[in-house]
Design a protein around this ligand. Structure first.
Ligand code: NAD
Length: 507
């Protein structure tokens, strides 16, 4: 497998094989821990976009005719290969994304859950049958694949997010064109190779490397039937509007600003541990990261002290580990993103917040050019500040002090995002009220990152999801299939009823 990533220009995967790009356009791929450019990634031109979609169309013609049993055999083979070789994929993710190896493995395992769900697809796409719905008439519904489907993914989960979609899309008989993030493009190629080894016909899984040009190609090409997008909110909105205008089915998951509401009765040691895990894991580059701790007074001072103590013990370094020892947290994705995160801490400070732990000047010895940013804790962040209202996507925890449960709920509900949230309490009644009143798609009760299991569905509310369909679970199977209802009568010559021009009635 190493041949794919050894090339200096990371190319596409078209027609079941690596395809070098002729576009002449590339973007750098970094090792975020060292700051060095590890490769260039191809950025597709129009002819490569056309070749990818045309190949997928051919792949669909073949694959959609495969029996359910044959499709299932390929899915099981893919699952077995992934399970056996996932360590290779984790190393690729860490090298390009920067997250620590165990975290890279964690995202693969959560993606693998969806592969496992998809192996049971016959049950989920089998339709329904109503015998003798009207006298002598049977009605049944069948679920058919859409055709070529586009998946556009963000940098922060280069394996898991594509796996939220493609196992179900492929199981249902579609052909997928995946446009990975240009910041970490190699995981997608590894997955493509794995599909090949699992016996998937050529063209059913295609990787198109690129930028806005490739995305716009998928959004506008009439051969592409649907678009599944995950990324930042402004782009999610653009994707939703553009693809919808071109007649496609769209699901577009956007950004987040997730709050953890801490009631005074909560166990503050548990809360501090969970705030650290959910705030600083993957350097805060998770759409389900906790960004805001809403402390219902009088707990804020004690909680801040506990979180600060724990920050001091965190080990930050190269996600690949040094001499077999893995740190807790790796770097951010790019130098530019590090500047953006630092900019938000500057804004909070200018707006009157108190910087309790400052990660802006943090450097890792021996990795001075890496894109590291230290865990940062900010108290008394004004809710009028852009640093509170916007997504930072870095290892920054903001504390906002509130006086009551209701003040906390109102604040969460007033935000533009509605991806995830959590409440920490031992009061079941308060947790139940929170669950009912909060305007957010995914809720944790004493669980800080409530990413639903594969057989439930993933998706937020408000500016965190454009379109009706969430990712995976039953939503996933509905999204990647189109239903037909068939009304059928086998005429009995003895009793067919003769001529009747009235509108058909059921009897
Ligand atoms: P991004 O929006 O910059 O990029 C996502 C994808 O869109 C990439 O493939 C990129 O190439 C493409 N893209 C970027 N700019 C574009 C443009 N102008 N036109 C067309 N396509 C464009 O997001 P990112 O920085 O890669 O990822 C981080 C963001 O993703 C965060 O906002 C995070 O919250 C969000 N995210 C959300 C979820 C979720 O489930 N809601 C999950 C993971 C990440």
């Amino acid at each position: 497998m190493s041949t794919i990533t050894d090339t200096t220009v990371i190319g596409h995967w078209i027609d079941g094989a690596p395809r070098a790009s002729q576009s002449g356009r590339t973007a750098p791929v970094f090792n975020p821990a060292t700051g060095a450019v590890s490769a260039e990634v191809a950025l597709a031109d129009e002819s490569e976009i056309d070749a990818a979609i045309a190949s997928a169309q051919r792949g669909f013609e073949t694959w959609s005719r495969f029996s359910v049993a044959k499709r299932q055999t390929v899915l099981f083979a893919f699952r077995e290969l992934l399970n056996a070789r996932k360590g290779e994929l984790a190393a690729i993710i860490t090298a390009e994304h920067g997250k620590v190896l165990s975290d890279a493995m964690g995202e693969i395992l959560r993606g693998q859950e969806v592969v496992e769900l998809a192996t049971g697809f016959p049950h989920l796409i089998k339709g329904a049958f109503s015998e003798n719905a009207s006298t002598g008439i049977d009605v049944y519904s069948i679920k058919q694949p859409l055709g070529v489907v586009g998946v556009i993914s963000p940098f922060n989960f280069p394996a898991m997010v594509p796996m939220w979609f493609f196992p179900i899309a492929i199981a249902a008989g579609n052909a997928v064109v995946l446009k990975p993030s240009e910041k970490d493009p190699s995981a997608a190629l590894w997955l493509a190779q794995l599909w090949k080894e699992a016996g998937l016909p050529d063209g059913v899984f295609t990787v198109l490397q690129g930028d806005k040009l490739a995305v716009d190609g998928l959004l506008t090409d009439p051969r592409v039937q649907s678009v599944s997008f995950v990324g930042s909110t402004p782009i999610a909105q653009y994707i939703y509007e553009t693809a919808s205008k071109h007649g496609k089915r769209v699901q577009a998951l956007g950004g987040a600003k997730n709050h953890m509401l801490v009631l005074p009765d909560a166990d503050l040691d548990l809360v501090a541990d969970q705030a650290i895990n959910a705030g600083y894991g993957a350097a805060g580059e998770r759409c389900m990261a906790i960004s805001v701790v809403l402390a219902v007074e009088p707990v804020a001072d004690e909680l801040i002290a506990k979180i600060s103590e724990r920050i001091a013990k965190l080990r930050i370094g190269n996600g690949a580990g040094v001499d077999g020892v893995e740190p807790d947290m790796g770097p951010l994705i790019t130098a530019q993103h590090r500047e953006k995160v630092a900019g938000y801490v500057d804004i909070a400070e200018q707006d009157g917040a108190t910087i309790v732990v400052d990660g802006r000047d943090f450097r890792v010895e021996g990795h001075e050019d890496g894109f590291f940013f230290g865990p940062t804790l900010i108290d008394k962040v004004p809710t009028t500040s852009r640093a509170y209202q916007e997504e930072i996507f870095g290892p920054v925890l903001e504390v906002v002090r509130v006086q009551s449960f209701q003040e906390g709920v109102d604040l969460i509900n007033s935000g533009q995002f509605g991806n995830g949230t959590a409440i920490f309490t031992n009061d079941g009644g308060a947790a139940r009220r929170f669950q009912n009143e909060i305007q957010v798609g995914m809720i944790g009760i004493n669980v800080p990152i409530p990413v639903p299991v594969a057989y439930h569905s993933f998706g937020g509310w408000k500016q965190s999801l454009f379109g009706e369909a969430k990712a995976y679970g039953v939503h996933g199977f509905d999204f990647f299939t189109r239903e037909k209802a068939v009304t059928s009568r086998w005429l009995d010559p003895a009793a067919h009823g003769g001529i009747n021009l009235g509108f058909p009635q059921n009897d």
